[in-house]
Ligand binder design. Structure first.
Ligand code: KL2
Length: 539
């Protein structure tokens, strides 16, 4: 049940709904006080009082949910953000849908159903779900009480020699920290794909509800580093960044190129790390038809903050790869660009490499060739149907197969996923040789923090779930220490250096998600779950 009791007051446009706030979430109350972004002592639930807040005030620019007076909760007309807005101006064709000439059939991203739905029809489905027409100021009936997802911490430290240090303090040349990877579902994408969320009570899809839950979740887990995807730029600038800064995080952001207003954020606790450098990566390349999509990545080089100064730096890469299940060729090229930049950033002045964390939404399943490429550092791809690369699609009938090279020489990235700094003459010669190869490689040694099958019952772990899918597409990859899954012989990293996986927050099965009405639901406000792992950095 929603932990608020609703009473409609007022009328027409100024109609407001006043809810008596019940303290199911009182983090540090910094945003219930009307004093935005200041650390506050813990709230006392005895200090509740009523006040009102109109829809028009709510929508005024600069008025944020965190300006809501403490003790009351004020709800709007029951509409989700932007249902009343025209679709944004199209600068160019949607990146996911883009395609020209004879490739159109291959390139078009399958909508899977309801391809003609627009935002008006989005309202229509809201009515269907509610069973009655929406009237301003009134919410549909409260959803039936649903169980909450249960996720437990898995202690993996015993797989290795030493136990986890709960306080994250430094012992010798080690440094403990936690990392989250989380696709928070941009509101614009939610509204463009409403057919995926027909199973949801419309109230749980409202941005204000989702923002409240997401921030609550981020604050509860309190990860030292967070890699977020689908972070909508206006929400980032006005709400997410100020909130996270008030919680002690430094925030970096890279918006997608093109029309869609979301991007990737990497944030870290200022008292745990300092920023050495920040490297946004755009996969869009003018003049390279394979790279005409707007996805991005963001890489940070971080220095652990610790008294002895002995810890080595840490390279954190975050990305959201192309969705289109049929375009594995584009996904591989995007990944190659991210790996090339990650290799460059992680190479230290002394010629060694620092440990890498590679997080994000790869839009590829664990059984896929793309996943295998990340983990095995090599992929023999020639003859592979492009729709098989990410493993999202069953059928590969009629699909083009991959031929060498996947990406053109003009990209300046070798088949080893390294930047090429050679003269043109050498480049042509090398690339002729490379074209005869049927594999791509990369020089990072990476393993996954999750095993993709649940320990308890062997069921597949689910990281994303809506009405059409329940699969793993999100990952935390990391450079393991020798003996923590590192089976490679040619590490450019000193033997003792690397990350040791101490613990992870267990994922859940599809059946468990079914019990909470899938995603998003009242408590879990994205169509993805956050992945969280605790590591020990060995320098
Ligand atoms: O799968 V995702 O959701 O990681 O959660 O990444 C993409 C999809 C995201 C960014 O492009 O938007 C979603 N059908 C279903 N989902 C889509 C589609 C589509 N045609 N296009 C984009 N997304």
């Amino acid at each position: 049940m929603f932990a608020r009791h609703l009473n409609a007051v007022g009328s027409a446009q100024t109609q407001v709904v006043v809810g008596v706030w019940r303290p199911w979430y009182q983090p540090r109350c910094s945003w219930w006080t009307g004093q935005p972004y200041q650390q506050q002592p813990l709230c006392s639930s005895s200090s509740k009082k009523h006040s009102t807040f109109s829809w028009s005030e709510w929508r005024r620019p600069g008025i944020l949910p965190n300006a809501v007076p403490r003790g009351s909760f004020h709800l709007s007309t029951g509409r989700m953000d932007h249902f009343d807005k025209q679709p944004p101006f199209k600068r160019r064709k949607s990146a996911e849908d883009k395609g020209t000439g004879e490739q159109v059939k291959l390139q078009r991203s399958p909508k899977r159903s309801a391809p003609s739905e627009n935002k008006e029809q989005g309202l229509a489905w809201l009515k269907n779900v509610i069973g009655v027409p929406l009237s301003p100021g009134r919410f549909p009936p409260s959803p039936a009480t649903k169980a909450e997802l249960k996720r437990h911490w898995e202690d993996l430290s015993l797989l290795n020699s030493s136990g986890p240090q709960a306080d994250g303090t430094l012992h010798g040349k080690t440094f403990d920290f936690s990392v989250m990877s989380y696709n928070i579902l941009s509101q614009e994408l939610l509204l463009s794909n409403t057919y995926l969320y027909k199973h949801c009570n419309p109230r749980v899809l409202e941005w204000r509800h989702r923002f409240t839950n997401i921030i609550k979740e981020l604050e509860q887990h309190s990860a030292d580093i967070m890699c977020l995807q689908e972070v909508q730029e206006d929400h980032y600038q006005k709400q997410i960044k100020p909130m996270l800064e008030s919680l002690g995080y430094h925030c970096e952001y890279k918006r997608r190129t093109g029309r869609k207003p979301d991007g990737c954020a990497v944030v870290f606790k200022r008292n745990r790390f300092s920023l050495l450098s920040c490297h946004p990566v755009e996969y869009f390349r003018q003049g390279i038809s394979l790279l005409d999509r707007d996805n991005v990545g963001l890489i940070l080089l971080l220095q652990p903050v610790e008294p002895s100064g002995s810890a080595c730096s840490l390279c954190v890469a975050n990305t959201h790869l192309l969705y289109n299940p049929r375009r594995g060729d584009i996904k591989l090229a995007q990944l190659a660009m991210l790996l090339a930049e990650t290799s460059r950033v992680s190479r230290l002045a002394d010629g060694t490499t620092c440990p890498v964390l590679l997080c994000g939404d790869f839009n590829s399943v664990p059984q896929s060739p793309l996943y295998s490429f990340v983990k095995e550092s090599k992929l023999e791809y020639v003859g592979m149907p492009i729709g098989k690369v990410s493993g999202q699609e069953e059928s590969s009938r009629g699909q083009r197969v991959l031929a060498a090279p996947i990406w053109p020489p003009s990209l300046g990235i070798s088949q080893q996923c390294q930047y090429e700094f050679k003269s043109n003459e050498h480049k042509v010669k090398d690339l002729k040789q490379e074209a005869s190869l049927n594999s791509i490689e990369h020089g990072l040694k990476l393993t996954s923090a999750y095993s993709h099958y649940l320990k308890e019952n062997g069921q597949p772990e689910i990281t994303t779930c809506h009405s059409r899918t329940a699969i793993t597409v999100d990952y935390i990859f990391y450079s393991p220490t020798q003996g923590d899954g590192c089976v490679h012989t040619e590490c450019s990293m000193p033997e003792e250096r690397g990350l040791q996986l101490l613990a992870r927050l267990a994922l859940v099965s599809e059946a468990e998600l079914g019990e909470v009405n899938g995603l998003p639901n009242q408590h879990n406000s994205s169509d993805h779950l956050p992945l969280i792992a605790q590591f020990r950095l060995h320098s």
